[in-house]
Design a protein around this ligand. Structure first.
Ligand code: NAI
Length: 250
């Protein structure tokens, strides 16, 4: 449907974290096109972004006070900001483990704590996890943080449901962004090999899911964990087995 006829977010105020680039930028654009008043935030702001470090309680307190003053209400929050750290189990340093948790888990917790009080019934929160939240992925700090985010999402759905606020988490596979590119070409190829659809995903595809979950079209959906990964997590690691037998029938 043309954007001209699709304005699901007219009159709605939505905060997106990590919106200077990648998935967050695409989500902010899609929401703006659909009529939302988007507060795009990032620790390294560019363009129309407002500065907000998700790990800083002071930053969230200031943002919440400003939004209360300016709009009175907030209808949506996308906890998208995240960082990765690819050290493995034997090598990861506590300071890096803690730093990843501060951004990937404490950040969304603070966002929910400070913005949920401004949310009327019908509001929606989306937490951006990863396939690393559904599997034993190799970067241990990142994986543990994204599993923790799943827990936070479920508790939030439980606690905020009685107020009519929905909370869902989404779990992207390899999406073409700078973060994914930092894994290098071998990482990309291995992801494509494990993905039944045989390709990587785009920021636009993730933005479509996020806008759906923020919109009233998903009004009875809360507490869910939705993979958006071309089928990667669905096969539980046996794609290579299936592919091998297809190529070399026994
Ligand atoms: P990206 O690295 O391209 O963009 C992330 C944005 O978050 C950047 O603009 C960065 O400045 C911002 N950011 C980092 N730390 C921040 C902080 N403390 N406070 C505020 N903003 C901060 O990453 P991408 O790929 O767009 O990732 C978005 C989300 O999707 C992340 O939560 C990531 O873990 C998740 N994800 C990404 C996948 C991928 O393949 N690209 C796969 C699975 C999950």
């Amino acid at each position: 449907m043309s954007d001209l006829y699709r304005k699901r977010f007219l009159g709605k105020v939505v905060v997106v974290t990590g919106a200077a680039r990648g998935q967050g930028a695409a989500e902010a654009d899609a929401l703006t096109r659909e009529g939302a008043r988007v507060i795009a935030t990032d620790v390294r702001p560019q363009g129309d972004c407002r500065r907000l470090d998700v790990a800083s309680e002071t930053d969230w307190a200031e943002l919440a006070a400003e939004l209360k003053e300016a709009y009175g209400q907030v209808h949506g929050l996308v906890n998208n900001a995240g960082i990765t750290w690819r050290a493995r189990l034997g090598d990861v340093q506590v300071k890096d483990f803690d730093r990843v948790h501060a951004v990937n888990v404490t950040g969304p917790l603070l966002g929910i704590q400070y913005l949920a009080p401004l949310m009327p019934p019908g509001s929606s929160i989306v937490n951006v996890g990863s396939i690393a939240a559904l599997t034993a992925h190799y970067p241990v700090a990142y994986t543990a943080s994204k599993w923790a985010l799943r827990g936070l999402s479920r508790v939030s759905a439980l606690e905020l449901g009685p107020r009519g606020i929905r909370v869902n988490s989404i779990h992207p596979g390899f999406i073409e962004t700078e973060m994914a590119a930092s894994g290098g070409p071998v990482f990309r190829e291995a992801n494509v090999r494990e993905t039944p659809l045989g390709r990587t995903g785009t920021v636009g595809e993730v933005a479509s899911l996020v806008t759906f979950l923020l919109s009233d079209e998903s009004s009875f959906i809360t507490g869910t964990e939705i993979p958006i990964d071309g089928g990667l997590t669905a096969h539980g690691g046996v794609k290579s087995l299936s592919d091998t037998l297809r190529e070399q029938p026994s």
